[in-house]
Design a protein around this ligand. Structure first.
Ligand SMILES: NC(=[NH2+])NCCC[C@H](N)C(=O)O
Ligand SMILES: O=C(O)CCC(=O)C(=O)O
Ligand SMILES: [Fe+2]
Length: 330
């Protein structure tokens, strides 16, 4: 359960990357300090900033730049890569298509998922079968995003090693059959700026993305540097700004971590409101379990939480399909 935090911690994860292949990483002083901070952040805020991630700033900036370019295209151009049930929910969705808490969100987006071959998981995987449909301009769009995704997978794995240690488990607790073959998601999101003068009263139509938790393990958000729009809810119900901090990703934990940790770590509600006059782009990368992973509390977490499982097991792909198919009215 989140505390009454007023700000989000910044965690330098470099030691986790440096010691990634070291079988004795858990004994390293630098690693021990990162692990301590991760544990505190997961217990108190469920959100933190990641620095020392080693991903080139130029690549991070270019990913946002081409996303701005795509959303500034004419509507007809964007509709050429339209998302539908037939595309496996991959592609472009216009403003208002995504529904959160029963209301249309004020954002447009391009959704991408790890590729899934037809029949890979039988009937339960069918809704998300397919390959991504990328914009054709600029010509290096696909290559750029794939390079970016590869680096974010590596970074996420390192952070998950830190969390596994923070929970008192083996460093590789989330690897292999758990999330070693991650069913990652990348969302390119655009939030229109607000043009009209606003009264103090917030209107529904102003919500860029309604309050929600993320579905899987770990989210890494690459957001425009000059606009504060992402907000995180603390225990008293106050919305705390996750304002951009140069050189960092905003990182938060998802629904599956709550089950695996038997409630030790819980995802925090967050929402997006773009009150700026400028168009805002953000690109969350979701590091998720394998599609067919059965998620149930780890024994080493049950030991610390009364010895009995507080949550029923969930197949990650079932959870995802349920979310995706109710996010859109098609
Ligand atoms: N994949 C996401 N995290 N999407 C953002 C959350 C909004 C989505 N409509 C929901 O209700 O869950
Ligand atoms: O736009 C953002 O900053 C975050 C978006 C988000 O929370 C999501 O897509 O799950
Ligand atoms: Fe989110």
């Amino acid at each position: 359960m989140a505390t009454d935090f007023k700000s989000l911690p910044i965690i330098d994860v470099r030691a986790l990357l440096d010691r990634f292949h070291d079988p004795k990483m858990a004994e390293d002083k630098g690693v021990i300090e990162v692990v301590r901070m991760l544990h505190q952040a997961c217990r108190e805020t469920g959100f933190f900033y990641v620095k020392g991630h080693n991903i080139p700033e130029s690549l991070i900036d270019e990913v946002r730049y081409v996303t701005h370019q795509f959303f500034s295209l004419p509507f007809e151009e964007k509709m050429k890569i339209k998302m539908s049930a037939e595309t496996g929910y991959r592609g472009y969705q216009q403003i208002g298509e995504n529904i959160t808490n029963g209301k249309p969100d004020m954002h447009e987006a391009v959704d991408c998922y790890r590729e899934m071959e037809p029949g890979a998981y039988g009937d339960f995987g069918r809704p998300l079968e397919g390959s991504n449909i990328w914009p054709t301009h600029p010509p290096n769009f696909k290559q750029l995003m794939e390079e970016y995704i590869g680096l974010l997978i590596d970074l996420s794995r390192a952070i998950m090693r830190g969390m596994a240690l923070a929970l008192g488990g083996p460093a590789d607790a989330f690897e292999g059959k758990k999330a070693g073959d991650t069913f990652w998601v990348l969302r390119l999101i655009g939030y229109p700026g607000c043009t009209h003068h606003k009264s103090m009263e917030m209107q529904d139509s102003d919500i860029g993305c309604g309050a929600h938790t993320d579905y899987g393990l770990l989210t890494l958000v690459n957001q425009d540097p000059d606009i504060s729009a992402l907000q995180v809810r603390n225990r008293s119900g106050e919305w705390i700004s996750a304002m951009p901090i140069p050189g960092t990703f905003v990182c938060n934990i998802g629904d599956m971590l709550k089950i695996w940790t038997n409630g030790l770590y819980e995802p925090t509600l967050h929402r997006v409101i773009n009150n700026s006059s400028k168009y805002r782009v953000s690109i969350p990368f979701f590091y998720e379990p394998n599609f067919d992973t059965v998620v149930e509390p780890f024994d080493f977490c049950k030991q610390k939480t009364g010895k009995i499982a507080k949550f029923e097991r969930v197949v990650y792909g079932d959870h995802l399909v349920r979310k995706v198919t109710t996010n859109f009215v098609m």
